[in-house]
Design a binder for this molecule. Structure first.
Ligand code: FAD
Length: 427
């Protein structure tokens, strides 16, 4: 059956499939197009804009920050090695500072000066006999919504073009090169042309659809929200600390699966049925949790507006980082990162983790870079996600300026540009 649709859509039904023929308006052309406005996408867009590229950042929700804000993961894991030495600087440290510029922070005392840009590493004078061996780590909580709103203005100031409520749907490929991206939003289907595309969707949506090999994995059910009640308000008033006014609750599992609902399979973040099951179960359990409380003495004040899945789909790039790569030196390192669960463990991230060289102008950043097993967990948290975002933005800008493929840019120049902002390339 051939069905003449609206002026832009024609549909052909073939058995159980529909073939869709589209005429999509070309809206604009960019040097760099970043899909996904999580912390990685923000870092990528910011860096490409700073390097003078005409940059577009598209985000499917109406808030920047991704899991860190919309997903209520408002805790930046360590930027240090656990011995008082900063490992991750650059845009990551800049965004840490920015995350607490207008809202509360929980930076430990010995790191406060570093967070204010007054010193590089921990302040040893503020260590005590009991924590000198194992100093507090360079971490902070932040207000997710204040951070997200500040990011919007920050990117605008840097000249990044923003598109909210816009789903990046389809890369338009000519062999291994991406010509641009088809999106869907309230204006309908639109086409944005770009020289370089950075997939920071967290789920490799575009790279997967472009044919880049990927790995998908299941997720434990974690459902974190925030409740405000008499107890939390008293704590806030008592200590004069607003962050104590709301308390986190988790009606799912921890990082290692403890608390995962009995009988529920691991959830696939690239499957709409699993995402829907996540929402239904999360809402059901949250209502169950509070239904017997005095309804005048508490309220649910924050809910995740994106599924809190840690690892969904990542690319298989030219290099796959693994746990065996701890302490390993890479000539093409784009920066050092640390393990958030253990002290002293550091990795260098090779540039090759950001691309698959069969695709000349596609990069990824954030929680979908090429890292396997535990190394995937190490690279996905906020500081490494920002680091790979910065590196992707810088590499994209260099490729545009030099009219080269992403694999052809001089790695020493990329490293120098990153190091100039405070990134530690080799530990
Ligand atoms: C339960 C849980 C606890 C965690 N705890 C911590 C912690 O304590 N500390 C820490 O540092 N890290 C933690 N993490 C990890 C960390 O929050 C994320 O891995 C990190 O924020 C990922 O950033 P990202 O930018 O790569 O991806 P995301 O945050 O996933 O951002 C992707 C963005 O892309 C958008 N998007 C997706 N698809 C499309 C599309 N097709 N078109 C347009 N936009 C799209 C999304 O809306 C989102 O804004 C935790 C994660 C989870 C799930």
């Amino acid at each position: 059956m051939y069905n003449k649709g609206t002026n832009a859509h024609d549909l052909l039904e073939v058995g159980r499939m529909i073939k869709e023929y589209l005429e999509v308006p070309k809206i604009a052309e960019y040097d760099v197009l970043v899909a996904g406005g999580g912390v990685a996408g923000v870092a990528a867009a910011l860096t490409a804009s700073r390097a003078g590229c005409k940059t577009l950042l598209m985000e499917k929700s109406i808030l920047l920050g991704g899991l860190a804000t919309n997903g209520l993961i408002n805790y930046i894991e360590p930027l240090c090695d656990g011995r008082g030495r900063k490992i991750i600087g650059g845009v990551c440290e800049e965004l840490l500072r920015f995350s607490i510029k207008y809202g509360y922070d929980t930076v430990p005392g010995p790191w406060k000066d570093a967070a204010e840009g007054k010193r590089e590493n921990i302040n040893p004078e503020l260590l005590t006999d009991s924590n000198r061996q194992n100093p507090p780590r360079y971490v902070t909580r932040f207000s997710p919504y204040i951070f997200a709103m500040s990011l919007t203005g920050f990117l605008k100031e840097h000249g990044t073009d923003l598109l909210f409520d816009t789903l990046a749907c389809k890369p338009v490929m000519d062999q291994g090169a991406c010509q641009g991206v088809i999106v869907e939003n309230k204006s309908g289907r639109q086409y944005y042309k770009a020289k370089i595309v950075i997939d920071a969707t967290g789920d490799s949506d575009l790279l997967y659809r472009a044919g880049v090999p990927t790995e998908t994995t299941g997720n434990w059910f974690s459902f974190w929200g925030r409740v405000m009640d008499m107890e939390s308000m008293e704590a806030a008033l008592g200590d004069r600390k607003i962050e104590k006014g709301v308390r986190p609750f988790n009606i799912g599992s921890n990082l290692y699966g403890k608390g995962h609902p009995e009988g529920m399979k691991k959830l696939d973040g690239t499957d709409v049925r699993d995402i829907t099951e996540y929402v239904i179960e999360g809402h059901r359990r949250t209502v169950e949790l509070i239904q017997n409380d005095n309804r005048f003495e508490r309220d649910i004040v924050m809910l995740p507006f994106m599924p809190q899945f840690r690892t969904t789909r990542r690319i298989i790039g030219d290099y796959e980082l693994t746990e065996q790569d701890q302490y390993k030196h890479f000539d093409d390192s784009i920066g050092a990162i640390c393990d958030f669960t253990k002290r002293d463990i550091v990795y260098e991230v090779p540039y090759r983790c950001l691309y698959n060289s069969k695709f000349s102008n596609l990069l990824t950043a954030g929680r979908s870079v090429s890292a396997a097993g535990w190394a995937w967990d190490v690279t996905r948290v906020i500081p490494p996600a920002i680091l790979t975002g910065q590196a992707a933005g810088q590499a994209a800008a260099m490729a545009v300026k030099m009219s080269k493929d992403l694999t052809e840019i001089p790695i020493e120049q990329l490293q120098q540009a990153l190091a100039d902002t405070g990134v530690m390339i080799h530990f």
